[in-house]
Ligand binder design. Sequence first.
Ligand code: PRP
Ligand code: URA
Length: 209
Amino acid sequence: MKNVTIYDHPLIQHKISVLRNVETGSTNFRRLVEEITMLMCYESMRDLPLEDVEVETPIAKTKTKMVAGVKLAVVPILRAGLGMVNGVLNLVPSARVGHIGLYRDEETLEPHEYYCKLPKNIESRLVIVTDPMLATGGSAVSAIKLIKDRGGKHIKFMCLIAAPEGLEALTKAHPDVEVYCAHVDEKLNENGYIVPGLGDAGDRIFGTK
Ligand code: PRP
Ligand code: URA
């Protein structure tokens, strides 16, 4: 699928398996979500532009490379996307953080917006939208539309587990957005949950069930 990257790195796959396990409690779950995000973020930043700079080491002046002034915003979809924020900030501490609040109606599976606050100059930033789960794709499609409506142009979407249905919906609605996911699962069940998935990501991160 165009613009979709799926990770086959052994460390990512191993950590996803631990995450899926029903016996994994919230403390470990949170730590793993952050670690996997950091590994994915490292790979997804491969295309960042570099510029030549001059640095003085204790020994000599040298010409070397640094990331060329890319301003980043990480935008979690509340709640579960919050669990991925520190994974990005660990690698890019200067990133600004926006928040988009969406919840999925349990009956219709339609997303409902309850909050949106984005960093200034969103149009000139690389925006990384985070949400561990891409199920029907409704939440991701809506969140990215909210960002585009406010001027966002260069957007990457990062999730841990995707259903084929969600990937299809997202790439169709936003073909310009680069999508990164750690694993594509089999299907959605009749309640809109990813199978085998990992259950309700928000509840497992925040210990609310
Ligand atoms: C979950 C998940 C995604 C959404 C995915 O959030 O974190 O945001 O469902 O489903 P979709 O692709 O079908 O839209 P939920 O609505 O349960 O809210 P929560 O994170 O606050 O628990
Ligand atoms: N949201 C979740 O947290 N898990 C799913 O499997 C689907 C949507």
